[in-house]
Design a protein around this ligand. Structure first.
Ligand SMILES: Cc1cc2nc3c(=O)[nH]c(=O)nc-3n(C[C@H](O)[C@H](O)[C@H](O)COP(=O)(O)OP(=O)(O)OC[C@H]3O[C@@H](n4cnc5c(N)ncnc54)[C@H](O)[C@@H]3O)c2cc1C
Length: 352
């Protein structure tokens, strides 16, 4: 295969996985990242993400050993309003994100350096630069970049509040559903770090954040403070390629719509889609085949999510769905790229 010069934009999960795979195939790969160093936007990182995952299958698929970064979730509690639920932790992992050496981003970055990938930091892809970058560049700039807008990809805008603090608890996750948001609030703990996130419509107010903060204090005795916020663009459609100014770009990660619309699980999809973006440089057809396999239900579910966002009485709808989840959760259970119905059902099965 001929050696190519390949440009990847965004040094996050999908960008790094594609860079590592392409460098291993002998290509000259340069990753352009808007931040000054690895670890993404400091408004939302360092953070701890929770993700459903088949770790070994994932390692095999993307060709990278990840297990030093992921820990199994030990305890996963949730609240719908004040009512407490204990969730199954099967197939659930926590992983650190951001700039610290203990993060997945840092691990993938050092792996990429070892493979000979070149990095250019403080280099932001903009609408103007989109015109001059080469055909078949890989765009992996995630949903909190205006690139989604510049590429004319249909999206829903939403707001995320994030904070982190130190903790003694490890591998614990908490999820909160209630009137304070149409999405949910969650907390994850690993590597001595607790991170909390509340997301919802773009008009999600600080008052709602205070309601969530109070609920967490009352239920778990945790004091959340010093929130920062970002606006994200959630694609309404999963797609691998997009055309711009007569060129074709390869999309990876969130910007490719490769994430579960209901709970925002994006780690799984970002890792998978980084590999698929790399495959596309050699074979467009094979990459499209893989992309379709992993996203077969996603486009419908992205649409359902958009409708769900505008539903009144979400808490009521959600508690009914939880009650009858064995029979009625079919809309949600398929939407994590790489997961079958059965796997997803095991994850959401409620013990009590
Ligand atoms: C605070 C937060 C909490 C989350 N929690 C979870 C969770 O618990 N579980 C889960 O599965 N998913 C979670 N997600 C979603 C998950 O992080 C994403 O789906 C995943 O990281 C997407 O990978 P990516 O490669 O698309 O983008 P990222 O890994 O986010 O990387 C994008 C990179 O592109 C860079 N970039 C952005 N714009 C530009 C530009 N214009 N030019 C150059 N570089 C640019 C960014 O700085 C960043 O380094 C969370 C997201 C956030 C923000």
């Amino acid at each position: 295969m001929a050696t190519k010069d390949i440009q990847v934009f965004g040094a996050g999960l999908s960008g790094l996985v594609s860079a590592i795979n392409l460098a291993r195939e002998g290509h000259h790969v340069t990753v352009y990242e808007k931040e000054k160093k690895i670890g993404g936007d400091l408004n939302c990182h360092p953070s701890i993400h929770m993700t459903p995952m088949h770790l070994q299958q994932m390692e095999r698929y993307i060709g990278i050993e990840l297990h030093s970064c992921f820990s199994k979730v030990q305890d996963f509690r949730g609240y719908i309003g004040p009512k407490k639920y204990i969730f199954s932790t099967k197939n659930l992992y926590v992983v650190e994100r951001g700039p610290r050496p203990s993060s997945l981003d840092y691990f993938l970055y050092t792996t990429a350096l070892d493979e000979g990938v070149t990095f250019e930091f403080s280099h932001s892809l903009t609408r103007e630069k989109l015109r001059s970058i080469p055909d078949h560049s890989i765009i992996a700039t995630a949903g909190y970049s205006r690139i989604v807008h510049a590429l004319h990809l249909p999206y829903v805008t939403f707001k995320q509040f994030d904070m982190h603090l130190q903790t003694d608890h490890e591998n614990v996750c908490l999820a909160y559903f209630g009137d304070f948001t149409s999405d949910y609030g969650y907390i994850s703990m690993k590597n001595g770090l607790l991170s909390a996130q509340l997301s919802g419509p773009v008009n999600l107010s600080l008052e709602r954040v205070h309601t969530f903060t109070n609920l967490v204090r009352e239920t778990e005795g945790i004091e959340l403070e010093k929130w920062s916020s970002i606006v994200s663009y959630f694609p309404k459609k999963a797609r691998l390629f997009t055309k711009f100014a007569g060129k074709t770009f390869v999309l990876a990660g969130d910007v490719a719509g490769f994430l579960d619309p209901f709970f925002g699980f994006g780690v799984n999809g970002a890792l998978l889609s980084g590999k698929i973006a790399a495959i596309s440089i050699q074979s467009k057809q094979k990459a499209l085949q893989e992309f379709k396999q992993f996203t077969s239900h996603l486009n419908k579910d992205l649409l359902v999510h958009t409708i769900y966002w505008h539903l009144p009485l979400k808490k009521l709808v959600l508690s009914q769905v939880m009650k009858f989840q064995d029979n009625h959760f079919s809309l949600v259970k398929r939407s994590i790229p790489g997961f079958t119905d059965e796997d997803w059902l095991k994850i959401i099965s409620i013990k009590d």
